[in-house]
Write a protein that binds this ligand. Sequence first.
Ligand SMILES: [Zn+2]
Length: 327
Amino acid sequence: MRKDIMRSSDLRKKRIRKKRKKRFLITLSVLVVIAGGILFAQYIINKENKKNSQNVNVQASKEDEKKSDPKENENKKDSKEENKEDKPLLKNKNVNPEGDKYAIEAEKVKSMIEGKGEKDDKKIAFLTFDDGPSTTVTPKILDTLKEKDVKATFFLVGNAVDNKKHEDLVKRAFNEGHALANHSYTHNYKTLYPGNHINIDAYMDEFNKTNEAIKKILGDDFNTRVMRMPGGYMSRKHYKDPNLNAFDQKLSEKNIVSIDWNALNGDAEGKKRGAGELLERAKKTVKGHDKAIILMHDTYGKEGTAEALPQIIDFLKGEGYEFRSIK
Ligand SMILES: [Zn+2]
């Protein structure tokens, strides 16, 4: 009898112990699962943040990104604004984050038109406008680009940038996602190429002065390494400029890339052309170039270019070109 009682109380104790052990194990495994979940979530969030900040730097976005959901882009923007660590990535840029999605690195653009890059069937057009801004032509060009949803590259002349009445145009071009590049300060061949030889010091002074002029308007985060020589790099080559090698060295030292063109609308060729003629010239020179850098001008007197631009863009779209800018 006693033994029986002992046994049954032993059994009860054993059962209770077993139950406690079971409860403990269940609690422990629940805790482990929760902790694991938290760690995993943190890992995913970190990864997403990293991805977002890398997106700022993404080059040459593809067609599908162009058509991406505007709400999604808004979200990206929000997270960018919240995350201050992203800010340095936006520094030293010649294009704003929105325009950056349409911009291709200058080196890549250069090798594309030299036919050195990876060959693909993609048709890309780079609209470029030199010598501006101007109050008469630049606003019309910006209106058209906005209407047609196309990004371009403006090769600015420093002394035009330094003119108070052009300040808002520099801001507008940048804010609307276009790339801003350097086209010297004076555009004066006698200062830049005395005796038809590049004066390297004078050229670099003008390059820096122009960048400073743009920074004065857009802030210190702006910087451009994209440059087009007045008259074109090709003219220096054509004249067998003896200073060209030293100049090249200087450019690569400073990480500056000179960009010429392989097509044009002819708005700077001698006689003044009407919009129809400019369109025809653009069509003719673009032909055969899957990657076309089109030279145009947005300085005073180039109203024809503003007038022809809608048709030039429509033509290029019809031929299957995508539009990109140069960074
Ligand atoms: Zn020029």
